[in-house]
Design a protein around this ligand. Structure first.
Ligand code: TXE
Length: 478
């Protein structure tokens, strides 16, 4: 019988034993997968010190040299796709196909960010004084703390470390307690490509201890966090003492607006895909639908059938299923509570509506709720599960008002054949991202950012890259 692996923190280019450990389990069947460091304050301090010690030499390397390490890591990732994808499926529960997409996307993302090496640009500004040149330089911030969620754990390492490193920062990553194994696998690839020590560090452990220590440190220059609003808010409070720069991606409650002139086949297909991906546990998942009355009955019927046909189970035992389990008991209970409350408040259950008893794992049936209203919790709070609540509207105006009346403001979508309706929705919908006639899934060259409580700052593309820099203006009289 193979032994349960025990992981070590990766600090200053070395794998280091921890005193205490957390257990990691497979959410599909409860199997114990590994033990990972329950790091202490002194481990976090060591990692922050290593990142600080490494930052000067790293920033002094030409950006193309920094980028060459990202490309080497991408190559090593591509050499190991099946093993990495399996590891993600085991600890996170996502289906194998999506896990492979995540791994390949991560490699592509590293290459994409590496391409920016020769495009990091400052400015030359006209001066008021004769003989003076004003230069705006772009510089790294220093040490970044990357705090990760569990839903796309492998990709999110790259989303934070690639722009941080190519612009000359060093980083300390804290993976989620739920999904740390793939982060240690990433650290091994970093080690194999010979990245200078201290540039990339991993410390695992609880948010309340390791996360708090990282975000409260005066020697961290930027916090890049993806997770819940409640934790984002706690991090902001903890960072306030040092006024540490924040980049927060805090999830969403994405509205999908289906107008009477929409292609309903397309709308059903795309909204279903945007709801069931990763079992509904994605920040840009379609979380609520506003459908125009003229097509509401037909849409609800078709969506009910489409969701009911969704297959689910343990993705390692049944590789063809479309959905795996939810991440943990808390996630399952939250989804169950929200559906029960909605039905109690008058929502009509079209399909699903219960925990799926497979004898193992945290599975919830694909669910559609019709007759929802704006005052129901299910239309306002992030569900993060395979549940689609639908509300009928009488016009695009009403849909836009309801869509905007939300604490969240990350992604949104509109289904219509009218260019005028699409453009009006784009102008009036207050969201960081809007998809027209397509499923919700962002591109690495876009800019993933939300308004309201969905976060501060954003990721991806040129604008995401520059979040990891500050400017220095030089007034040069020479
Ligand atoms: O998130 P947390 P959880 C939403 C989604 C989900 C809910 C709860 O609705 O159901 O959040 O998920 C670390 N200081 N999203 O509890 O707590 C923690 O260790 C510093 C949306 O898993 O936000 C982990 O590494 N760090 C989201 C990370 O924060 C702290 C993705 C995320 O955990 C900390 C995930 C603290 N005080 C959940 N407390 C998205 N944006 O897509 C915890 N952490």
């Amino acid at each position: 019988m193979s032994q349960t692996p025990t992981h070590q923190n990766y600090i200053n280019g070395a794998f280091i034993d921890a005193v205490e450990h957390l257990e990691v389990h497979n959410p599909a069947n409860g199997a114990l997968l590994s033990r990972v460091p329950e790091s202490r304050a002194e481990d976090v301090e060591r990692a922050i010190a290593a990142a600080n010690d490494a930052k000067k030499a790293w920033a002094a390397l030409p950006a193309v040299e920094r980028a060459s390490y990202l490309r080497k890591i991408a190559t090593r990732i591509r050499d190991n796709v099946p093993a990495l994808a399996r590891m993600i499926t085991e600890e996170q529960g996502k289906v194998s196909g999506l896990a492979e997409v995540e791994v390949n996307f991560t490699a592509d993302y590293l290459d994409y960010m590496a391409e920016w090496a020769r495009r990091i640009e400052g400015e030359v500004i006209e001066s008021d004084r004769p003989g003076e040149t004003i230069l705006m330089l772009r510089k790294p911030l220093g040490v970044v703390a990357g705090i990760l969620p569990w839903n796309f754990p492998f990709f999110l390492i790259a989303r934070k470390m690639a722009p941080a490193l190519v612009t000359g920062n060093t980083i300390v990553i804290k993976p989620s307690e739920e999904t740390p194994n793939n982060c240690f696998a990433f650290a091994r690839l970093v080690e194999e490509v010979g990245l200078p020590k201290g540039v990339f560090n991993v410390v695992s452990g609880a948010g309340a201890s390791v996360g708090q220590a990282l975000t409260g440190s005066s020697r961290v220059d930027m916090i890049s966090f993806t997770g819940s609003v409640a934790t984002g808010s706690r991090i902001m409070a903890n960072a306030a003492g040092n006024l540490t720069k924040l980049n927060l991606e805090l999830g969403g409650k994405a509205p999908a607006i289906v107008l009477g002139d929409a292609d309903l086949d397309l709308a059903v297909k795309a909204i279903r895909a945007s709801r069931i991906i990763n079992t509904g546990q994605v920040c840009n998942c379609a979380e609520r639908v506003y459908v125009e009355r003229t097509v509401a009955d037909e849409f609800v019927t078709r969506m009910g059938k489409a969701m009911a046909a969704t297959t689910f189970g343990d993705p390692l035992a049944q590789p063809d299923v479309e959905m795996g389990p939810l991440i943990n008991r808390a996630g399952l209970d939250k989804v169950g509570r929200m559906v029960k409350a909605a039905v109690g408040e008058g929502a009509e259950l079209i399909t699903g509506g219960a925990v799926a008893d497979l004898g193992h794992g945290f599975h919830y049936q694909p669910t559609v709720l019709a007759g929802c209203r704006a005052d129901m919790g299910i239309m306002r709070q992030e569900i993060f599960g395979p549940v689609l609540p639908i509300q009928v509207v009488d016009s695009l105006d009403e849909a836009i008002v309801l869509a905007n009346d939300s604490d969240y403001g990350l992604t949104s979508s509109v289904y219509t054949r009218s260019l005028a309706n699409a453009m009006r929705a784009c102008r009036e919908i207050d969201y960081g991202e809007t998809y027209i006639n397509r499923e919700n899934f962002e591109a690495m060259q876009g800019y993933h950012a939300g308004v309201r409580k969905s976060g501060i700052g954003g990721a991806d593309g040129k604008h995401g890259l520059y979040e990891y820099t500050h400017t220095q203006v030089v007034y040069l009289e020479a």
